[in-house]
Design a binder for this molecule. Structure first.
Ligand SMILES: Nc1ncnc2c1ncn2[C@@H]1O[C@H](COP(=O)(O)OP(=O)(O)OP(=O)(O)O)[C@@H](O)[C@H]1O
Ligand SMILES: [Mg+2]
Length: 384
C-alpha cells in the first residue's frame, strides 16, 4: 500500500538521473517531512529523502544556476538533473545540510566568536549579507553544554541549533537561513544582525544602559522567551553575549537550546553568573524547564544598570541561590521611580524555587506597567 498523498505535495518537479544506457525520469514530490521520487505514483517510491539533519544534499551550480543535486543513497552517490532547483533549495532551507557553502557565499570577515566556533559576515551570490557560524565538528562534540566529554564518534544529532532555530519565526529571534557542512565544519547561516552584542555595548557605557533601554530589551527578550516556551523550547544560555542590540533586540545562539522534554543530555549548561540554581543543582529525576531562562534574564537585567567591565556577577556559582543586590549609585537614574520598580521586580525573577519564580508572561505585564508609569506596581508586586 502506498500512503503518499501526491496531490497534497508542497512542490513537484520532474528530475532525471543520467545513466549510461538510458536516462531515468522520476517525479519529485516535496512533503512536510520528506522528499519522494517515484516513476509511478501507484508503486512504492524509488527514493525517499528524510528532511532532517541526517541528510546532506549537494547542489551543483553551472552557469550561475543550480542544475543538479546529489545525495548519498544506500552508500552510493545519486545525482539528479532538474529545473527549478533553486525553489526546492529555498523550501527546505535549514532542514537538511547542504554542500558546498563556497558555491553560494563568500566568507568575508570575522564578527564574533564563542565556545562553538567563529562567526563571520558573508555575502551571497545575489549580493545579500548574512552571518555564518562556523563550528568545528570535533570541537562541537567535545564541548556540548560547556562540559568537556570525550565522544568516540561525532554524532550529527548534537547539532541542535539549526534544528530548533528552523522552526522559529519571531522578530526578536535570529532568523536561520541555511546549514552547510563539509569534512571539518558545520556552517550555520543566519540573518546578519547590524548591531552589537549587549556585552560589547555595556563595555562602552560607563553607567550602563538607561532605564528606557533596559525596559525595551527586557520586553523584547521576554517576548522571545514566551514564544519559545510556547513551543516547548528553553534557550539555556541567556546572557549579554547572546542578546544583540540593533533596531530591534534579537536573541541569538541557540547552541545550548533544547526541547524541554528532551534535556537529559548535558543537563548542566549555561554561562557562569547567569545559571539558575536548579540547573546548577540538576540531578537525575528532577528536570528543570523554561523558568530557568527567566532567572538568567533577571541576571541580565541586574547587569544592564552597570558597565559590564566594572561589575561582578551577582554570583559566580549560585548553588544556593544566594545573592546581594546593590544599587549602582553612579547611574544617572538611580533614584528614578522606574529604576526603583525594576529593582523591586528583580527578586521575583531571581527567586530560588522555580515554582515560586515569576513566569515570563507575568514579567512582561509587570514591565509594561512600569513602562506605562504605573506608580502602584511596587505595591502590587509586594502583594504577589
Ligand atoms: N546573526 C548575527 N549577526 C551578527 N553578529 C552575530 C550573529 N550571530 C552571532 N554574532 C556575533 O558572534 C558572537 C558569537 O555568536 P554565538 O553566541 O552565536 O556563538 P557561540 O560560539 O555559540 O558563542 P558562545 O557559546 O560562547 O556564547 C555573538 O556574541 C555576536 O557578537
Ligand atoms: Mg554565544
Amino acid at each position: 500500500m502506498n500512503s503518499y498523498q501526491y496531490v497534497n505535495a508542497l512542490f513537484t518537479v520532474q528530475v532525471t538521473r543520467k545513466a549510461f544506457l538510458a536516462d531515468k525520469v522520476y517525479q519529485l514530490y516535496l512533503f512536510q517531512d520528506e522528499i519522494v521520487m517515484t516513476e509511478n505514483t501507484l508503486r512504492q517510491p524509488k527514493y525517499v529523502i528524510k528532511l532532517n539533519l541526517t541528510t546532506t544534499i549537494n547542489w551543483i551550480v553551472q552557469d550561475n544556476k543550480i542544475q543538479v543535486f546529489s545525495i548519498a543513497y544506500q552508500n552510493t552517490v545519486k545525482a539528479f538533473h532538474a529545473p527549478k532547483l533553486q525553489i526546492l533549495k529555498e523550501m527546505i532551507a535549514g532542514r537538511v545540510f547542504y554542500t558546498s557553502i563556497t558555491e553560494f557565499y563568500q566568507i568575508q570577515m570575522l564578527i564574533g566568536h564563542g565556545m562553538s566556533g567563529e562567526v563571520y559576515r558573508c555575502i551571497s551570490n545575489s549580493g545579500e549579507y548574512f552571518a555564518v557560524k562556523k563550528c568545528e565538528k570535533l570541537k562541537l562534540a567535545s564541548c556540548q553544554g560547556g562540559i568537556v566529554s570525550i565522544l568516540p564518534l561525532f554524532q550529527p544529532q548534537l547539532i541542535h541549533e539549526p534544528s530548533l532555530l528552523q522552526s522559529l519565526q519571531h522578530p526578536n529571534i535570529v532568523k536561520l537561513k541555511e546549514v552547510y557542512t563539509d569534512q571539518q565544519y558545520y556552517y550555520i547561516v543566519t540573518e546578519l544582525i547590524k548591531g552589537r552584542a549587549l556585552s560589547t555595548e555595556l563595555q562602552s557605557r560607563p553607567y550602563g544602559l538607561s532605564v528606557a533601554e533596559a525596559i525595551k530589551i527586557m520586553l523584547q527578550i521576554l517576548d522571545a522567551l514566551i514564544y519559545i516556551s510556547e513551543r516547548g523550547i528553553m534557550h539555556r544560555d541567556i546572557n549579554p553575549h547572546n542578546i544583540m542590540k540593533s533596531d530591534t533586540i534579537k536573541l541569538i545562539d541557540f547552541g545550548l537550546s533544547r526541547k524541554i522534554k528532551n534535556q537529559l543530555i548535558f543537563p548542566t549548561s549555561g554561562t557562569p553568573g547567569y545559571i539558575a540554581p536548579e540547573v546548577i543543582n540538576f540531578n537525575k529525576g528532577k528536570l528543570y524547564d523554561d523558568r530557568a531562562d527567566v532567572y538568567s534574564l533577571g541576571c541580565v537585567l541586574y547587569k544592564l544598570r552597570e558597565s559590564l567591565s566594572q561589575t561582578k556577577n551577582i554570583f559566580q556559582e549560585n548553588k544556593e541561590g544566594v545573592y546581594e543586590l546593590r544599587k549602582n549609585q553612579a547611574h544617572p537614574e538611580v533614584s528614578s521611580i522606574k529604576m526603583e520598580q525594576l529593582f523591586v521586580l528583580l527578586p521575583y525573577m531571581l527567586e530560588n524555587d522555580p515554582n515560586n519564580r515569576m513566569i515570563a508572561k507575568v514579567g512582561k505585564i509587570v514591565i509594561q506597567e512600569i513602562e506605562n508609569n504605573n506608580q502602584q506596581i511596587e505595591n502590587q508586586l509586594r502583594n504577589l
